[in-house]
Design a protein around this ligand. Structure first.
Ligand code: NAD
Ligand code: MN
Length: 504
């Protein structure tokens, strides 16, 4: 049994200190620096985490490079890589409650939310264990005595930079497809939420992923993230985070022509037609914005309701929004957890204040929440804002908090026009019992995802990603495998007469 195998089995996952994972080893940062990570629900310290420096990042790049260029992982038979991915999933399942607990402590999210996300992270590995087996090149029909086939080759060393809102899920979305095809990865988790990505890295080792294939290095985005983006020996950067940082990354990656995929921000429209099942639309729309305390890139934060049902819808929606329970994240009765930190809380409140100044009307919430027993945490009331228009900041910019704006529309054409009047294009939702209408509208919306009478945007197998300034590339699906591979075209001539193209 290797050291890495004993390490997870014998140790509790809940610790006072978490190491970096570089070249198959748990290490401290070279300069001894650490990140303190806090529980946003209580403000309490959760743990210290080694904070990677540029030197650590360099070591991770060299380890990933070595594992890719000279290692065995990408040369394993595909079935064997699939087996390791399934093993990762089964170890995660056996540590399910511990991972959920750590995710809640590090993010302040509610129990059911965390459970769903850890479960999805597990299913992502299972999905790619299956998907990889069918991922292959093609044979092309050629004229004359030529033969052409393609190989899907792993792109190489991938830097994977992820945000704080779904720590383990984002780590799984990145790691699973990349290692499935044989790449090596360097994951840079957000400093606010580094723990579960580290745990996932340890589990990868335990499951038999060779040293250097999966490296996890929490650290500063501006320093370590940027170092990876600019590094000549990194072949690809996969980034999930805000649109401004995404633009910066794309810009810098151009110097080395790195492959880039970007999953960025959003301001997703949610359209409720007069023929919708009203209760389903109300419940789905509440989930669409208040899930994960609104800290979702695909949060349905712009709600458009047909004028004939507007009053009725808003009454139900607001009355249920007021019933959303904030409280102990570990309590299964709690609907909504905390906000990630004070900075984000200030950002959210700033948007609400700007809306009020612009003449909007707050129908519920609209302020920092007081949660009994959790006075030192960061909480915001589920907030519904009406009397807004498309010239307001609260309507145009991503808030990343539990704040929804509601507007009226008069017909299908106007609904589509309003929905598309944004620089983003990630999620969207349509509520209607008229299937033809739902299809027409789904076809017209400029977004990567359209949810029709459905509150859920992401399940393993369904493509996730954006149009416009929400980024490009799709995750969570089969085509993600193409984004971690290069297509090599092999052309051969099988005639029995030598070719003499220059006629010499
Ligand atoms: P962020 O852009 O501030 O940070 C994301 C990651 O990038 C972090 O790990 C950070 O350390 C790193 N980073 C920061 N500056 C960097 C730089 N100059 N070079 C390289 N890396 C750098 O975003 P956040 O606040 O952590 O997350 C919230 C944002 O993420 C929201 O805009 C949200 O919409 C977006 N998001 C998008 C998706 C999606 O799939 N589209 C999913 C989740 C979150
Ligand atoms: Mn934390």
């Amino acid at each position: 049994m290797s050291t890495s195998q004993t390490l997870v089995e014998q140790n509790s996952l809940k610790r006072e200190f978490y190491h970096l994972i570089i070249n198959g080893e748990k290490v401290e940062s070279n300069n001894g620096q650490t990140i303190s990570t806090y529980n946003p629900a209580t403000g309490e310290l959760v743990a210290q985490v080694a904070k990677a420096s540029k030197e650590d990042a360099e070591r991770a790049v060299q380890a990933a490079r070595e594992a890719f260029d000279h290692g065995k992982w990408r040369k394993y038979p595909v079935g064997r890589r699939a087996q390791v991915l399934n093993k990762i999933a089964s170890i995660m399942r056996s540590r399910f409650n511990e991972i959920v607990e750590l995710e809640i402590l590090d993010t302040g999210k509610s129990l059911s939310t965390a459970q769903g996300q850890v479960n999805q992270a597990i299913e992502d590995f299972e999905f790619y264990a299956g998907a990889i087996v069918g991922h292959r090149g093609v044979v092309n029909n050629m004229p004359g005595q030529f033969h052409n086939y393609t190989e899907k080759e792993p792109v190489g060393v991938c830097a994977q930079i992820i945000p704080w809102n779904y720590p383990i899920m984002m780590a799984a979305w990145k790691i699973a497809p990349a290692i499935a095809v044989g790449c090596s990865v360097i994951v840079k988790p957000a400093s606010l939420t580094p723990i579960t990505a580290i745990i996932l890295g340890e589990i990868c080792l335990e499951a038999g992923v060779p040293a250097g294939v999966v490296n996890i290095i929490p650290g500063s985005g501006a320093e370590v993230g940027n170092y990876l983006v600019e590094h000549k020996q990194v072949d690809k950067v996969a980034f999930t985070g805000s649109t401004p940082i995404g633009k910066d990354i794309m810009n810098k990656a151009s110097n080395t022509l790195k492959r880039v995929t970007l999953e960025l921000g959003g301001k997703s429209p949610n359209i409720v037609f007069e023929d919708a099942d009203l209760d389903a639309a109300v419940d789905g729309s509440l989930y669409g914005i208040f899930y994960n305390s609104g800290q979702s890139c695909e949060a349905r934060s712009r709600l458009y309701v047909h004028e004939n049902i507007y009053e009725q819808f808003v009454e139900k929606f607001v009355s249920k929004a007021k019933q959303i329970k904030l409280g102990n994240p570990f309590d299964k009765e709690t609907h909504m957890g905390a906000i990630i930190d004070q900075t984000q809380l200030d950002v959210i409140d700033g948007y609400v204040q700007s809306a009020i100044q612009d003449g909007a009307e707050v129908l519920s919430g609209g302020k920092v929440a007081q949660v009994e027993g959790f006075e030192n945490g960061f909480w915001y009331e589920p907030t519904v804002i009406a009397n807004v228009n498309h010239s307001m900041k609260v309507v145009n910019e991503e808030i990343f908090g539990p704040v929804v704006v509601i507007m009226k529309f008069k017909d299908e054409k106007e609904a589509i026009q309003l929905a598309n009047d944004t620089e983003f294009g990630l999620g969207s939702a349509v509520w209607s019992k008229d299937g033809a209408r739902a299809t027409r509208v789904a076809n017209e919306i400029q977004a990567g995802i359209v949810m029709v009478n459905c509150p859920f945007s992401a399940m393993p197998g369904t493509p996730f990603g954006g149009y416009k300034q929400s980024g490009f590339g799709r995750e969570l699906c089969i085509e993600t495998l193409d984004l971690y591979t290069e297509t090599k075209s092999i052309i051969s001539y099988y005639g029995n007469r030598p070719l003499n193209p220059l006629g010499l």
